[in-house]
Design a protein around this ligand. Structure first.
Ligand code: PLP
Length: 391
């Protein structure tokens, strides 16, 4: 076997191996392990979406290769959703491309604009794919620390000028995984100015734009003036319509970036199964009460978790978006030792913050995507194990 290529051997090591081994050991001893670690909706895909997929499955025209950029009707559905949801008008043919889940496009975008040695600005903590895609393209991730005192927004003015000049892409993600932070239009306006100054492509990951509470409606990056000249937005049906297994998303916005991503992808994949595109269209264009129900469920769980954590001694504000809670570990623990102790002593799995970058140190993430009763049980076990925590 030849040596593994550098682009793969340079990928960061898999951090959860130790925790997964602990979980396996517990399960082998028949311990009932409850995972708060997985960011994957527990509810099924809504019935009307499944019904549309079942209907489209019967049509042999859908059994052949799809177009690599996505059906025109799918791209029209995405454009229509942008118009209704954000008042953003997109041209379906030139400003929208389908993706095999947004992760696929996020991983491939660096291949479009990054040469070996180029810099990509990557938020930390953040979704690991931004750095992973950068490394695979031979680029160098430059960390944008997301700190609680800045509302988990990067301080663009702190990026050294010589680094910004070498940078090609800035990744952003609001509402944010894992911190649940949100960004307003004013922040996006500053991002546009920064991208113009240094000739950067802004890649905004909007996976959680429709998972929000208490009347809050997260904005699209594409809403702000000039966004389309400097950036694209990644979207997905995965989280709002409980469709993580289906693999369908899109990139929308800057024409050149959309065209280049479509051109790259035409050399790699052959598009999204049309049945899946029809299902995604049913989600985007169909009745939205499923989304309201899903968000109401997450809100109930959020409030349950916030109340229980407060009783244990955490100071925690209910997040306005995403299905995550991002919390500091109690005194005397690191992110890893806390996660390990909870598995050992409570049979509860949380994600150590370091899985999302070095600025995740001292934090852990709880996901609300599990049945409410299981969440309640996990919180009770935490209370029994930890008692009152201090920091
Ligand atoms: C879940 C998630 C996605 C969506 O991934 P898909 O490939 O569309 O399923 C993208 N970004 C972040 C930050 C996520 O957490």
């Amino acid at each position: 076997m030849p040596q593994v290529a550098e682009r793969v051997s340079n990928l960061p090591p898999y951090l959860f191996a130790r925790i997964e081994k602990l979980i396996e050991e517990k399960r082998a001893k028949a311990v009932d392990v409850i995972s708060l670690g997985i960011g994957d909706p527990d509810q099924p895909t809504p019935e009307h979406i499944c019904a549309e997929a079942a209907r489209q499955l019967q049509n042999p025209a859908n059994h052949q290769y799809p177009s690599s950029a996505g059906m025109f009707a799918f791209r029209e559905a995405v454009a229509g959703w942008y118009a209704r949801r954000f008042g953003v008008m997109l041209e379906p043919k030139s400003e929208v491309v389908s993706l095999i889940g947004s992760k696929e496009g996020i991983a491939h975008i660096a291949w479009c604009f990054v040469n070996p040695g180029d810099v990509v600005l990557v938020p930390d903590p953040g979704y690991p794919v931004y750095a992973g895609g950068t490394i695979l393209a031979g680029g160098e991730p430059f960390t944008l620390p997301l700190l609680p005192e800045n509302g988990f927004l990067p301080r663009l003015e702190d990026v050294p000028t010589e680094v910004a000049r070498r940078a090609k892409i800035i990744f952003l993600n609001y509402p944010h995984n894992p911190t649940a932070a949100v960004a307003d239009r004013d922040f996006f306006r500053r991002v546009v100015a920064f991208a113009r100054e240094f000739d950067l492509l802004v890649c905004h990951d909007a996976a959680y734009v429709d998972i929000a509470y208490d009347g809050y409606r997260p904005p699209s990056f594409l809403e702000v003036p000039g966004a389309r000249e400097v950036g694209i937005e990644f979207g997905s049906v995965s989280k709002p319509y409980n469709m993580t297994g289906w693999r369908c998303g899109w990139a929308a916005g800057n024409r050149e970036a959309v065209e280049v991503l479509a051109r790259l992808k035409s050399n790699i994949d052959s598009g999204v199964f049309q049945v899946v595109q029809y299902a995604a269209m049913a989600g985007l264009t169909g009745p939205q009460d499923c989304l309201e129900r899903t968000n109401a469920l997450y809100r109930e769980r959020r409030d349950l978790a916030v109340a229980a954590l407060k009783e244990m001694g955490w100071r925690v504000e209910p997040p306005r978006a995403t299905f995550y809670l991002w919390l500091p570990v109690p005194a005397g623990f690191t992110a890893e030792s806390f996660a390990e102790a909870l598995i050992e002593q409570a049979g509860v799995v949380v994600t150590p913050g370091t899985g999302y970058g070095k600025y995740g140190a001292g934090f852990f993430r709880i996901s609300l995507t599990l049945p409410t009763e299981r969440l309640r049980e996990a919180l009770e076990r935490m209370k029994r194990t930890l008692g009152r925590v201090s920091f």
